[in-house]
Structures are given as C-alpha cells and as structure tokens.
Design a protein around this ligand. Sequence first.
Ligand SMILES: *Cc1c(COP(=O)(O)O)cnc(C)c1O
Length: 385
Amino acid sequence: MQFRDLNRQYKELKTQIDEGIQEVIDSAAFISGKQVEELEKKLAEYVGVKHCVTCANGTDALSMALMAWNIKEGECVFVPDFTFFASGEVVAFEGATPIFVDVDENTYNMDPKKLDEAVRKVLAEGKLIPRVIIAVDLFGLPADYDAIRLVADKYGLKILEDGAQGFGGELNGRKACSFGDISTTSFFPAKPLGCYGDGGAVFTDDDEVDAYLRSIRVHGKGTHKYDNLRIGWNSRLDTIQAAVLLPKLQAFIEYERDAVNRIAARYTELLKDIVVTPNFDAKYVSSWAQYCIQLKSERERDELQEYLRQQGIPTMIYYPKPMHLQAAFSGTGTVLGDCCITERLCKTVLALPMHPYLEENEIESVANCVNHFCKMNPSTGTNFS
Ligand SMILES: *Cc1c(COP(=O)(O)O)cnc(C)c1O
C-alpha cells in the first residue's frame, strides 16, 4: 500500500497526460506556452476569483504575495504554529517577524480567539507593526475565515490564504483559495492537485496585485521582458507542468475530490469509536490533503506507527515540531501566548494513507490494523470502554 499513490492516478489519466506532454515538446514552447494561460483561466474560474497567476512553487507564491504588499522589517505577520515550515519561512525571508498562533484541536487551523489576543499583545508592546494574517488551510480544510476576517477588519490587517493543501476545499459554499485578499496554492506532487515537479499559483481579485505579480515573476518586466521596471525574480510554471495539470484538474473536479470525501467518511465510520477522527462543522468541505487521527500520547502514536509499518501500511507525522520550536526561527519568530494545543498535536497526530484511488479493501485493512493495535493496547485512542 502507498501513502499517496500517484501511479494509480497516472494509469487512469495516462493517455491525456502523455498527449499533453508530447504536444508541449512538439511545440517547443517550454516556457509561457499557451497551456499556462489556459490553466490560469480554468483555475480562476473553478476557485471563483478574477485572477490566477501561476508560478514555480507554493513557497514562491507566498513570497510574491508578501512582496506585493511590501512586507518588511519592523512589521509582523501572524502564522499558525502548526503548519509546514514554508508558511513562516517566507515571512522571515522578507525580513519581517512571524508571530506564531496556536490552533484549534479539532480543525488543526489557526484559533481566531488566540489570534485576536496575539494582535492585541503586539499592539500593546508597540514594537512591531501588525500587517498580515497568513491563514493556512491545513490538511485540506479551509481555516475559519468567518472569524479570521472579523479579526482582520478589526485591526486593519490583510489576509493571505496559504491554500497549498487547501485547493478544492469549501466554506459556506465558497471555494478555498478565494478567502484571502491574496490566496496561494502549491502543485507539489503530493498536494490535492499536484503536477509532476514543482508548481504553484496565486489568486486575487485585485487588478493591481495581478499586474504586479505578472511583472515580478519575470524579472520585474514592464511591457516586455527586456524592459524592467522593478527588481523581481524568475518564478514561472513550466508549460509541461501546465499540460500535466489540465487533465488532472478535470479529474479533480469531476470525481477525485468526491472520491477523497467518500474515503474520509469511510475511515471515520470505521475508526470513530477507536481513536479521535477529524471533526468539523458541516459548513466546511475538505479536500483531504491528509487524513489525520489523534492518539493519547507520543508513545502510543509512535508504537501504532511502528505496528502499521510492520503490517505494510505507511503513515506520516504532520508535523513533528511546532513552528516556534524550529531552530531557524530562534531570534526572529515569536510566540506571545501559549501554543499548548500545537505542542500536544505534534506528539499525537498520525496521517493515514489517503488518495482518491484508495480501495475499500485497503481502507478496511488500515482500519482493522488500527483497531487491532488499540485492542492490544487498551489505554490507546479514545478509550471509550
Ligand atoms: C507544501 C506547502 C507549502 C509550500 O509549497 P511548495 O510548492 O512545496 O513550495 C506552503 N505551505 C503549506 C501549508 C504547504 O503544505
């Protein structure tokens, strides 16, 4: 069994993907080919925003958004403590200070109450200027934008939606990557919509930001590539990656997102009385970048992981370390409240195999093994007995 079986997906879409790649090779338009523009139009339409600007990866997408707002030293950006490193890295890269905020134990996303407290503490200290909230749609679930938008409006902050894992999620019938003043995603192969290398995109309704992004992704170009208005960089999505993404987006829209939701519901049905399973309000739809369960302790989690490994079931720990404890942030990153939920989650979460082509017998086999382990170790899991 594979954790995320990209080969099964390729077998399903082989003809279209192979033809798409061949077409790019035949045209020799490897950079900025027509497939890139076609993909940007389709992505913007699916997400429900005015502009989509593709780029080289999800980290560049976040950096380009911060550059568009001219985020700099002396300013701070609020980032969840429980996320992939890049969400905070980009802030420090621009010379600004990431302030790490604890998350909700059910949704794994930024806790809006603790966010409000953190903003108030920064203002009271008077050393840093609060500018942006980076809300992450962790594991495929949109952050609580109803509450986060209220905090942003209250203090005049921008929202940057890090939808690297969130593409395809929904809140109140609206699609992920449409909730930020600027939103981003990643097409890293293992993300909900992945390509065959690195790739990313930025989404916005703001015409000025759109024009700025299209300039900085090609060396700050003006009317053409050799007319340079500003210092930019080189961050484009290769045409071959766009050609891979076009049929994959189609499959994602037609059935893959529904498939992962069916698989997640099946996991939950089989596991909910044994361990802590994902639990969120019906106003959300997840795109299930990960399906995570929670165990009672680090020891039990690690023992279950080892037991599953022996049974041929791969699992992952997302994430083993809170952002505020990463060595890279010592001296730059700050926490202004406690992050006890994140600290606990880092010790107790376990991500199970998850992808749209997982079959019923595989789901049952994973659930049976978890069940067997918990029966042998009665103190494990939810201990409902
Ligand atoms: C993957 C990821 C990124 C970075 O995307 P890349 O395409 O790998 O640069 C940023 N934020 C989160 C939450 C991610 O999961």
